[in-house]
Design a binder for this molecule. Structure first.
Ligand code: PEP
Ligand code: MG
Length: 580
């Protein structure tokens, strides 16, 4: 472990500058302190353990009930299995005996005995046993979270200016660490288009990925993290700290100030065509007010982050309040609320953990929502009720097949009928759109268009699934290229089909905020984009330099290219012709 000044260069995943002190953690299980206790304190440990198990059982039961009566078989089985594990009296008695014999704290003994119990299960290729190990770990995490004495209480704030270092972060870890006042992150792994990165960017928290070097960073080291350049300075000099503090001051309010300067929204191309520039949002944030002041619509509101923040599904009233607030904040501009896009790397706590060999190809997006019918209908009800107070639209994620869209629409119609019967207000003409982010949907888009009112092209997942390259995995980051001609052909295909059918289409993956690529997409005839708010100002400025006909001349060459690097070269050449 180095204690001297050292500069480490990694990958910038979320920009911004922070100066602070590191806390190193490992993803997954919390480190639990081993405490030797006097005999007089042991009874309190046994009582605390009983209480923690009782809370866990109650929580699992309510999760099972919250998921609705008609939940899918696999999920019922998971909760049942976890309830059996949580209620295993024999194991609990063994833990208690060991607490008394060793005179140690309950959380330490419990965690050690769980680790011993699952070791043989993990050491096998039997998927049933591996799943059982996962269930036991999930239950143990819940029990430990209820037990006092867990070394790192997840509700306790860090010291001021803490920068957390870990091998990796999930999106909900970023959320919970933010609520503990972490100001920045250094990770061993994570892609720029991972959900972890998206959430960090939306919260304006810098993240740098240092694939190997992150292990060199000792706990409580003073560091500068420059999320823009990807540099991390260990033990910086006072002069460096002062210099980065100056840089940081300039960066902070810059985004709001720049958006405020925009005069024409939506901006016009050189040939006077309006281009809608919209915002991707995840949670209520510091830029909402200025976006709404400028009447910038929200092209993608990722509602699943509400679940990640709360560690479960918010109930109808809580959702209604949130959607209503969004509708009111953005009154005058439309807001596209996407239904929960959970699964893959986006899981609220342990609630939906179902061991899957390929989570990105598994139960995610619209798929769990079609199975968890009550969860889906509750969300739709909340969205529809809020639609009475603003221009809300509903967006369905990850449609891969027409039958999914039909089933979702049927459920939406049922919810509408229920609202009418109860004389509840909602916008009757509310638009229902779909994300095109799976190659099958892009290739069959003509069959989907008659069943939806608008389309959002999600290049983040479309790239992952077209290139078969995990968006979270730094090892395949070279392959994960949204400018690959294969991805671009699908984007063009969808854009053309939408133009022919007269269905509005916007691009809302990270590619939408790529200024080099904007002329290409405009050349394809796309005239609506939704992006990270940090990209909005420059995108609006750039639009004014682009002539659509000239941009269209870029398209054939790009689509006929043989690689992403060739496309990048063409875009760079084109950019030189714009008077920037
Ligand atoms: C996408 O896949 O491009 C998208 C916008 O959705 P998300 O990034 O939330 O998966
Ligand atoms: Mg997606």
């Amino acid at each position: 472990m180095t204690q001297r000044r050292k500069v480490l260069t990694g990958r910038s995943v979320a920009s911004g500058i922070v100066i602070g002190t590191t806390r190193t953690v490992t993803s997954g299980a919390p480190a639990i302190a081993e405490l030797s206790l006097p005999t007089g304190k042991l009874q309190a440990e046994l009582t605390a353990l009983d209480e923690a198990v009782r809370h866990t059982v109650a929580e699992l039961r309510s999760l099972r009930d919250a998921a609705g009566k008609k939940i899918a078989g696999p999920l019922t089985k998971i909760f049942d299995a976890q309830l059996l594990i949580a209620g295993d009296v024999e194991f609990l008695n063994q833990v208690k005996e060991r607490i008394l014999a060793d005179r140690k704290n309950a959380s330490f003994v419990y965690q050690r005995m769980v680790t011993e119990a699952i070791a043989p299960l993990k050491d096998t290729s039997d998927t049933y046993l591996a799943q059982m190990a996962n269930d036991i770990e999930a239950v143990a995490r819940k029990v430990l979270s209820h037990l006092d004495g867990v070394a790192e209480d997840a509700t306790v704030s860090f010291a001021a200016n803490t920068i957390v270092v870990s091998d990796r972060f999930s999106p909900n870890e970023i959320l919970s660490l933010r609520s503990r006042r972490a100001i920045g992150f250094i990770a061993g792994d994570g892609g720029r288009n991972s959900h972890m990165a998206l959430i960090a960017r939306s919260l304006m928290l810098p993240v740098v990925v240092l694939p190997e070097a992150f292990v060199e960073i000792a706990d409580r080291t003073r560091v500068v993290v420059d999320g823009t350049s990807g540099e991390v300075i260990l033990n910086p000099t006072d002069q460096e700290c002062a210099e980065y503090n100056r840089k940081k001051k300039k960066l902070g309010p810059a985004m709001v100030g720049r958006i405020r300067k925009l005069s024409t929204v939506p901006p016009l191309t050189r040939d006077d065509h309006p281009i809608d520039i919209m915002a991707n949002l995840e949670l209520p944030g510091p830029v909402d007010a200025i976006l709404s002041e400028k009447r910038i619509p929200v092209g993608l509101y990722r509602t699943e982050f509400l679940c990640l923040e709360q560690g479960g599904f918010p109930d109808e009233e809580a959702q209604y309040r949130i959607y209503n607030e969004i509708a009111e904040t953005f009154a005058g501009a439309s807001v596209t609320l996407r239904t929960f896009d959970l699964g893959g790397d986006k899981l609220p706590g342990d609630t939906l953990v179902m061991p899957e060999e390929n989570p990105a190809l598994g139960w995610r997006g619209i798929r769990p929502m079609l199975d968890l019918r009550e969860v889906f209908k509750t969300q739709i009800r909340a969205m529809l009720r809020a639609s009475a107070h603003g221009r809300l639209r509903i967006l369905l994620p990850m449609i891969a097949d027409k039958s999914e869209l039909e089933r979702a629409r049927r459920m939406i119609s049922q919810v509408m009928l229920g609202l009418r019967r109860q004389h509840e207000e909602y916008r009757k003409e509310i638009e229902i759109g779909i994300m095109i982010e799976v190659p099958s949907a892009a290739l069959q888009v003509e069959h989907l268009l008659p069943h939806c009112d608008f389309v959002a092209i999600g290049t983040n997942d479309l790239t992952q699934y077209t290139m078969s390259a995990d968006r979270n995995n730094a090892l395949v980051a070279d392959l994960y290229q949204y400018l690959h001609p294969a991805v671009l052909q699908l984007v063009k295909r969808v854009a053309t089909a939408c133009q022919r059918a007269g269905v509005p289409c916007h691009l809302c993956g990270e590619a939408a905020g790529d200024h080099a690529a904007l002329p290409l997409f405009i050349g394809m005839g796309i005239d609506k984009f939704s992006m990270n708010p940090a990209r909005i100002f420059d995108a609006c400025r750039l639009v004014g330099k682009i002539n659509r006909e000239v941009a269209a001349s870029l398209v054939p060459g790009v689509l006929a290219s043989d690689s992403a690097s060739d496309v990048q070269k063409r875009l760079a050449e084109f950019r030189k012709t714009l008077s920037l």
